[in-house]
Design a protein around this ligand. Sequence first.
Ligand code: ADP
Ligand code: MG
Ligand code: MG
Length: 891
Amino acid sequence: MAVQKYVYDFSEGHKDLKQLLGGKGANLAEMTRLGLPVPAGFTVTTEACRAYLATGSAPDGLAAEIDSQLAALEQSMGRELGDPADPLLVSVRSGAAFSMPGMMETVLNVGLNDASVAGLAAQAGGDDRFAWDSYRRLLQMFGKTVCDVPGEEFSDALEEAKKVRGVTDDLALDADDLRALTERYKRIFVKYTGREFPQEPREQMRQAMEAVFRSWNAERAVLYRRQERIPADLGTAVNVVAMVFGNLGPDSGTGVAFTRDPASGAQGIYGDYLQNAQGEDVVAGIRNTVALQALKDLDPRSYDELLAIMATLEGHYRDLCDIEFTIERGKLWMLQTRVGKRTAGAAFRIAAQLVAEGMIDLDEALRRVSGAQLAQLMFPRFDLAGEPATLTRGIGASPGAAAGQAVFSADRAVELAAAGHDVILVRRETNPEDLAGMIAAKGILTARGGKTSHAAVVARGMGRTCVCGADELEIAADRFAVSGRTVSEGDVISIDGTSGRVYLGPVPVRPSEVVQYFEGERVDSTLVEAVDAIMRHADQRRRLAVRTNADTGADAARARRFGAQGIGLCRTEHMFLGDRKELVEKLILAQSEVDRTKALNALLPLQRDDFIELFRAMDGLPVTVRLIDPPLHEFLPSLEELAVSVAVARERGEEHSEDEQLLDAVRRMHEQNPMLGLRGVRLGLVIPGLFAMQVRAIAQAAAQLAAEGLDPRPEIMVPLVGAVQELEMVRSEGEHIVEEVIAGTGVQVLIGTMIEVPRAALTAGQIAEAADFFSFGTNDLTQMAWGFSRDDVEGAFFWRYLELGIFGISPFEAIDREGVGRLIRIAAEEGRQVKPHLKLGVCGEHGGDPESVHFFDQVGLHYVSCSPFRVPIARLEAGRAAVTGEGSDSR
Ligand code: ADP
Ligand code: MG
Ligand code: MG
């Protein structure tokens, strides 16, 4: 068996070994290979770290390997680590596969001790000040990161030393001051650790390395990884790098730079430089840095060399790079580079610029942007120039910027919005009853619930701004109080769904230019040009069509402007709310055929008009209409309220036969678990004539538009089917009606089903016999596959599941590939076996989720459907899925 190799010299690695060497190590190796001036060094692998973390001690053979690497390093440098006469010093640096800026630890100047500090001074031409400055830095970093000594102890002591000398700048401390400070640091070290600072250079190095390994599990690193969804078990590599010194005088210094502006993407030289300083001073903000351009005057030769290297790196990585460098007495050294983080706007601009410069092709540009970034660019913005007063802060649950009058009930929201006011709906938490108010409001603010609360999920789906969980709010019926202020109905507040901030008063907003562009307006900006170029390419490449979920003509029209290729889900239940609710109530409670027919006849023309509006907006494109789905109780008065009012009436001896009748009926139909009860296709099979009326309305609408010369393409979707028999019954009735209504018009009506009950997925082969298409209702499918309710996920246990890592992200947000995804695969495969051309799509939240879009592409579905605002995001991600090479050809 080959011996495990744990240590790689910089000359042995390269940029594609990030998993093994970490990003920092892999890129130091790459720069070494490119012949750039990198101090010599080596990398201890992430494997060694994992082994250390698993057992608590270094794996066998590691010590010996480090010894021989160190010997090689010493030889190439012509110095020995910590040699009292002429010491080699090293830095011991963390560096994981994913960059976790500032999360883990680095120790500089390892190898200094009471003896070698003199050697270092001699080496620097008798510069005692420099030597003691370096030594006190070692004590400080080693104490803090290796031995957990509180950092303030050291920084306070430094401040005190400056005060004693009456200076403000650490550069004004001389060699004696720093020597005294070093002695003080040593005492601090003893006080907190109970032992002396280790003088033995190799022991320093060993302890520093193990501290870097352990820093992988430091609290803030764990938190950062959770936030960024970085796996917890990767470990960090450790880099040992020969020290170069930026603190050797005015001809030395240290800096950071970007090859392009990470905020705007503009090409140029961006960075900061600090004369006579060591690396960490730049970020620590100890002294004021100067703009990198100043280096041109300070040290023109190094400046030119740096610019040339930056050009080399950009050309090599074909992307924006950020770098760390140090100048030691006029000699430039490269200490780090990586492909730099950037804002969403810069990601698009840079990708498009690199295409224009011929550095990358459009496929690569597409891979370098994401739907999440596009989503960020689509949110409206607050103009904070007027410095508005912050009232409180909650969780930014659905981004955007919204201002309006505070209202405290859905009804008021609807009323005021109808009167032309902008409103913010403020609720302790929301529930499905609030839907109309949420739609009417510009934004939603809740005191309770997190990112997966009802408010958050619904708001995101609608692209409505939402701040939830603002738990300082004390909400009453018509006002809320927070930090001594009271906001009453009608008072204007502004909420920022990204930062979670709530402001008093109106803060001006402007729509994002990217949305203006999608709306078809002319916008002159480099950002819009970049988005346009990349979107066009995504459209050209993608295999998935993108439809929208829309229930109104206005939504449909907007989605179409945003690029929707039809409607994948038109929910008809909204069409039964408002003043029509009464008709539905009558229908459900009808005792006789006559009553029922009367109610149905009243509903039919209303339904027909809804569909006419929709088909018109989507002329020439498919419109999938889902027959009525929601549980019955949503249409009936509440059992409790009704019982109370009947009881009160009885007590007073009043006659209320109508209410009593109603109460009887509601009792009869009451269900313990309405979500698992009389809904979807069951409703259609139990209430005669209901589905038939809807099908008739659809067919009549289509026939009328065809007569006008339009091209309606209705698709009728039956919800909640679990057995082919259910679908067969609805289908034969539906076909019959369709034939009767649209004979001779040339309109074609498809009849298909949702796959949202696990049994439907598992018997998809049978169901396909009776279906022209499947549309995966992934919300219900997830709910029923896991057996937990989507509406209660915020409650008792969900947060704990997330915390325990049972799922990394809510399965209602990103499709659960192994479980729910497997059901989808089975249904798609078995359906296709029976009908090779069976049309397959997805409606439901996941259709607009980037992760999930990639999965649906892999499974080979034909389309995804999502809310209008998510349409561009789905288009982009479908394009990205197509250029990753993981797709399916089964379409
Ligand atoms: P981080 O990941 O937090 O940036 P680094 O490992 O890059 O930590 O190191 C912290 C600082 O020390 C950086 O400014 C870096 O440039 C500097 N530094 C690291 N190694 C050396 C070295 N061998 N010589 C001089 N400066 C160094
Ligand atoms: Mg760094
Ligand atoms: Mg459903």
